[in-house]
Design a protein around this ligand. Sequence first.
Ligand code: SF4
Ligand code: SF4
Length: 353
Amino acid sequence: MELKSAIIQLSREIGIDKIGFAVADNFEYLREGIEAQAVAGNQAGFEHQNLDERLNPDLIFKAPKTIIAVALAYPSKLTSRPKRTNYRRGQFASVSWGIDYHDILQTKIDQLIEGIKALTSDFDYKAMVDTGELIDVAVAQRAGLGFIGKNGLLITPEFGSYVYLGEIITSIELEPDQPISLNCGECKRCVNLCPTDALIGNGKMVAKRCLSFQTQNKGEMPLEFRSKIRTTIYGCDICQQVCPYNKGINSTQHQDELAIDLELAYPELIPLIKLTNREFKAKFGHISGSWRGKNVLQRNAIYALGNARDQTAVDFLVELYHTSTREDFKEACFWSLSLILNSEASAQQLLKK
Ligand code: SF4
Ligand code: SF4
């Protein structure tokens, strides 16, 4: 069997859902757009900061020939809900359900690498999952895994946009795959239904308007976004949920590996806010939504209590206001109490007592 076919076969045995091969040429065609986004202040700041390295595989790997792009599909719907308790629950976006995908995908990429090493002695490589230099969606598109939608996500025909992406740069020359010919056509659903008008309509976004960014950004969240997160304390699924390419898709083949715990996907808000650092790490440390630490999620959980108009949270919020040493928490308590009591004056009065 020729090497490329053997690698594809191997990837199937490992449980990688899609694999594609791209020439390791530069991605300089993206430079102008990215620089314009930076000048306009539209970037999140979470991306790799060296643009030359993001666009040029040969700056991060000696003599690259091929980039092997892989995708792992993840579930977008949970068929059951956690049991009802005395506490209001929030939720994480689907990308953060279960064990951190970086770990699961990295394990599969490591297995693929070991398998390729057994197939050829001449294999130099550099592997990446999400936090590497290259732009995952651009690599995946070139390798034929899918197309980039107006929501900026990689959309595969089989699994929609609910895929984790990773790649391996290698010195081996393998026949490249062709980009697929699908596209969004006239559809603009994600652009029109994004609650914060974050999407520009050309696959780019004003990252600082995106709720996914806002739920991960530390400090006080700007007022205009707080109600829009509703009770989602990490991420946002809306521009995926409304996409016709995602209709009816729920990929459950890795559900066992992801070990999704409903108690974590839909956490009780007040118990989450009460967690110490140590308790938070023990409980949530293995999910990807914990990467920014506990404080930002606890702040979001306080906003979520307000958005849920949770009357049972009033005493808790008053106590937290008086005991917390964090200004963003105090301010969040006041904001949420104002919503629950339907009056800033009432919240102020309650907090004076
Ligand atoms: S993730 Fe949410 S806020 Fe961000 S662009 Fe999509 S719909 Fe808009
Ligand atoms: S919702 Fe429509 S415009 Fe947005 S990514 Fe999906 S197909 Fe494209």
